[in-house]
Design a protein around this ligand. Structure first.
Ligand code: BYC
Length: 325
């Protein structure tokens, strides 16, 4: 089986057999692995999505991280510390998954810092009270679970396998958020008000996490044909609403949507339309905390330069001492 290079820097034309093998692997719900041939568009789409996902986990440490020093008890501090640390871990698994596609981690970080790659819109909103920590766990990790459990069946092996562990941890994160809110709801009137206020501020941005509506989602059709994405943005958003409504009732809070109601015919909830202009503005960098998040990420990267240099020097020294290690 041969492939022909047309020009030095253009990828080789796939032979029909390679393309057919790829198509059959996808059609049979089998996994594409790093050494398998894959269309260049498939590889690029995965790098885009996985890098964006990794960046989201790393930037996502900031809104909750701001509350570590102000957590109301040692127990809450330890829990929050562990959660934020888990998010760093998720970012690292995902950068590793992107590396299996030939991406370079340092290059991906540069792209984020230079504003050439995105991260989730949700992390551009401020955390104004400790109730926000609970609501992020409940809504944001809850939305992440809806979005990411199907990614455990994504067609690219390393991404799907990374998602299995990530989802287990997200599920724990969601429960800790809900438990925190239950505790606050059993507290004083002002604590209950704090929870309702956080719910009001995070509900719509959480619905926006799933991306634009299906008819305005340029990547969905191809990503679903390649089985990278298993469900459309709107389908996952609907699942999140259906999952969250009974939880809100149990907690005793009101979701801030006058159009939210059960539709017996559809067997699902009807709900209002998120402000898509707001989503686009936040994605483009105009959200309440975009500048602050990027500035913090840039300075953390610069401050960490000596650690990367020291780790590289240490690895080189070890390789010289123990060439086979
Ligand atoms: N924010 O064609 P579409 C977490 C972009 S981390 C920003 O529908 P796609 C957690 C989209 O990238 C949560 N950008 O795209 C961490 C595309 O632009 P490009 C992160 C968004 O890829 C810490 C354009 O809009 N989760 O869970 O088919 C604490 C058109 O969109 C957003 C993931 O990354 C957005 N909300 O679908 C707690 C999950 N929405 O790239 C929790 C994996 C859309 O063409 N990613 N855009 O320039 C996905 O499932 C998909 O990439 C998305 C978007 C559903 C997000």
């Amino acid at each position: 089986m041969t492939t022909t290079h047309l020009a030095e820097d253009s990828p080789p034309e796939p032979s029909q057999a390679l393309q057919e093998h790829f198509d059959a692997t996808i059609a049979h719900d089998q996994r594409i692995e790093p050494r398998d041939w894959m269309p260049e568009g498939y590889r690029k789409t995965l790098v885009r999505q996985i890098a964006q996902h990794a960046h989201s986990e790393i930037i996502g440490m900031q809104p909750e991280g701001e509350w570590i020093t102000r957590a109301p008890s040692l127990r809450r501090k330890a829990i929050l510390f562990a959660k934020v640390q888990d998010e760093a871990g998720h970012g690292l698994y995902l950068y590793s998954a992107a590396e299996t596609l030939g991406a370079d981690r340092a290059d991906l970080t540069d792209r984020l810092i230079e504003g050439r790659q995105k991260y989730s819109s949700i992390f551009n909103y401020p955390t104004l009270s400790f109730a926000d920590v609970g609501v992020i766990g409940w809504f944001v990790d809850g939305a992440a679970i809806c979005n990411q459990v199907p990614l455990c069946r994504s067609s690219y092996g390393p991404y799907a396998r990374a998602m299995v562990r990530i989802c287990k941890e997200e599920s724990f994160h969601q429960r800790q958020g809900y438990e925190l809110l239950m505790t606050m709801m059993r507290g004083t009137e002002s604590q209950r008000e704090m929870v309702q206020d956080a719910v009001n501020r995070w509900w719509w941005p959480s619905l926006m996490m799933f991306g634009p509506p299906d008819d305005a989602s340029p990547n969905s059709a191809q990503s679903m044909a390649w089985k990278i994405k298993r469900h459309s943005n709107d389908e996952l958003r609907q699942r999140f609403v259906d999952m969250t409504v009974p939880q809100a009732e149990k907690l005793g809070v009101t979701l801030p949507d006058p159009d939210l109601e059960w539709n017996a015919e559809r067997g699902r909830h009807d709900f209002g339309t998120p402000d898509w202009d707001e989503l686009m503005q936040v994605i483009k960098g105009g959200g309440p905390c975009n500048a602050q998040r990027m500035e913090r990420r840039r300075s953390a990267h610069e401050d960490g330069a000596w650690v990367r240099e020291a780790a590289t020097a240490h690895a080189a020294k070890r390789a010289r001492k123990e060439p086979s290690a």
